[in-house]
Design a protein around this ligand. Sequence first.
Ligand code: DAH
Length: 351
Amino acid sequence: MDLNELAHLLTRIESEAAGAVSEARTADALRAAESKITKGPLAEAMKSIKSFAAEERGQAGQNINKTKQLIAEKFAAAMDALRAAGVASERKSASDFDPTLPPARTLRGGLHPVTIVQREVERIFSSLGFAVVGGPEMETEFYNFEALNIPAMHPARDAQDTFWLTNGWLLRTHTSPCQVRAMLRYGPPIRVIAPGRCFRYEAIDASHENTFYQLEGLLIDKDISIAHLIAFMKLLLREVFHRDVKVRLRPGFFPFVEPGFELDMSCAICDGKGCPTCKRSGWVEILPCGMVHPNVLRHGKIDPHEYTGFAFGLGLTRLAMMKYGVGDIRILNSGDLRGIVQPERLGGAKV
Ligand code: DAH
């Protein structure tokens, strides 16, 4: 090849590049066309330098490089133009966009009122040296009734009708089975609380659900008396409600405690005036409790002559209703976010 032929060749390559640039509509097409020309005809031209007479090689190289640079500049300019056009069209289509508007509100998740109250009570009792334990929702008849001094045929079983499973087990009606489980597992002295879900075969109304939460408490040690029980219960309510709560203590019958009490608090929904939630009495049963029955201690392999203790079964669901002013228990299991995210919106007195 000589310089003349090379000049022809380079002119052809340049016009090929100009054609490709004017045809390409996208950045990808542009990049592809550029690489096709540099790796194809331009690379060929480079290789042809060998075939030049020695004294012409320098000039040939310079000419090829000039073309190379020219082509690179053309493609770069075309790429810039394409980008500018893209931005302009995006701007045009986004002319409605107002950057000064606040962003759309993101809905953040929140904890369920029962979970909030549960964690609060766990925190209070943890600070008093209690361990938080669990227990199965699917229970045996033994732990749910028998070990709690409620033998078969005992009328107390009628008050806790439940869902029986085909394997002879049942859905626990309360968290009390965790008491004997804890005794057998840890031995005395014991300080545990056991929060969890319970079930009853129940006619549902504003204050009864077939699924609800309780929190069992158990303290066993030497020389524990009713005075300890009452002090703990009062402390608990004061911490949860951040004020002294009006309470009353009545004798209550539960086969697994002796003596047994019903600790009621003044209804926070109606301020003690009477409403469907408190069955128009102004009081809500919230903390049944008592001194652990010797038979229960024996089932837990603890000597009742050496140890005594108290137990309580806090109605967690009910406590959440009182704390947040939720007048109807059904809301808590309903998935109605108005009630669950902002319970106080559903009426009732906020505590
Ligand atoms: N388990 C009882 C219930 O669900 C509540 C209860 C009463 C628990 C007295 C206790 C207690 O620990 O001492 O009706």
